[in-house]
Design a protein around this ligand. Structure first.
Ligand SMILES: Nc1nc2c(ncn2[C@@H]2O[C@H](COP(=O)(O)OP(=O)(O)OP(=O)(O)O)[C@@H](O)[C@H]2O)c(=O)[nH]1
Ligand SMILES: [Mg+2]
Length: 232
C-alpha cells in the first residue's frame, strides 16, 4: 500500500535530520511530506536540501505560521490527491519514535485508524515536568469525559489513517485551528463508525527547539470539545 508520513514543522532545525534518518532506517522507501510555516531557524533550508537530495521527501512551504490544523489539512489533501492509501501524522521534534512505524502499519491492516497512545498499558511520557504531565492528563480526561467513544489519547499527534477515512471526513469540514484538530479528527472518525486500534507509544520530551503549545491553543481546545459534542 502506498504510504506517506506527514510532519508539520515550525522551527525544528535541530531535530529534522535525525527524524528523517530514523524514519528511513525503519522504513527505507517511505515517502515523507513536511509542511513548513516559513521557519526562521534554518529548518526551511535544511528541508530544501533534503528535498533536493531525495525523491521520497517533499516539502510544502507556507508563508507564515498558520496553525497545526491547516498544516495537516494541506498534507491530507496532498495525500488524497496523490493516491496515498495510508497516512501517518508525526511531530518533527523527535518526541515520536519512528521505530513504532512498523506497529502502526501492522495494526492498520485490521482497522480504519491507529492511535498512538500514551495512556494505554505500555504507553508513557518521558521527561515531562509535573506541570506538562498534568496539562496533558487533564486535557485527555476532559476530552474523554465529554466525548467518550473509548479513545484514551485524544490529544496525541502520532496516528495512522486509511486515506479513505480522511476523504470521507473531508478535511475542509474540520473547524479547529490548533491542536484541538487532533481531538476533532478522532472524534469525527469514531462518530462516523470507523474502527480504531490504540497502540502504546512512548512520548519523549523534546530535547531541542521550543514548544509551540500556548494558552491560546489550550483555550481553543477547551471550548472546541463542547462544540464537537453539540454539533453531533
Ligand atoms: N507547520 C506548522 N507546524 C506546527 C505549528 N505548530 C506546531 N507545529 C509543529 O507541530 C509539531 C507539534 O508541535 P509541538 O510544539 O512539538 O507540540 P507538543 O509536542 O504538544 O509540545 P512540546 O511537548 O513542547 O514539544 C511540531 O513538529 C511543530 O513544529 C504550526 O502552526 N504550523
Ligand atoms: Mg513536541
Amino acid at each position: 500500500m502506498k504510504k506517506i508520513i506527514i510532519l508539520p514543522v515550525l522551527n525544528e532545525s535541530e531535530t529534522i535530520p535525525a527524524v528523517v534518518g530514523k524514519i528511513i532506517q525503519t522504513i527505507p522507501d517511505i515517502d515523507i511530506l513536511f509542511i513548513d510555516d516559513n521557519s526562521k531557524d534554518g529548518s526551511k533550508e535544511i528541508l530544501q536540501e533534503l528535498e533536493k537530495n531525495s525523491e521520497n521527501i517533499k516539502v510544502l512551504h507556507r508563508p507564515e505560521r498558520l496553525g497545526l490544523a491547516s498544516a495537516y489539512i494541506m498534507g491530507f489533501k496532498y495525500a488524497i490527491n496523490h493516491g496515498y492509501e495510508i497516512v501517518t501524522q508525526m511531530d518533527s521534534d523527535l518526541s515520536h519514535d519512528p521505530a513504532c512505524l512498523a506497529e502502526f502499519y501492522s495494526k492498520i491492516k485490521d482497522c480504519d485508524f491507529v492511535v498512538g497512545s500514551r495512556y494505554v498499558d505500555g504507553g508513557k511520557v518521558v521527561n515531562w515536568n509535573a506541570f506538562r504531565r498534568a496539562i496533558s492528563k487533564a486535557g485527555n480526561l476532559y476530552a474523554r469525559t465529554i466525548l467518550g467513544k473509548g479513545i484514551s489519547d485524544y490529544t496525541g499527534g502520532y496516528n495512522t489513517w486509511r486515506t479513505d477515512v480522511l476523504k470521507r471526513i473531508d478535511p475542509d469540514q474540520l473547524r479547529s485551528q490548533g491542536y484541538s484538530f487532533l481531538i476533532e479528527l478522532k472524534y469525527k472518525a469514531i462518530c462516523q463508525g470507523y474502527s480504531c486500534i490504540e497502540i502504546p507509544i512512548i512520548f519523549s520530551e523534546r530535547k531541542a527547539g521550543k514548544s509551540k503549545m500556548g494558552s491560546r491553543i489550550i483555550l481553543e481546545a477547551i471550548w472546541r470539545v463542547w462544540s464537537f459534542k453539540i454539533r453531533r
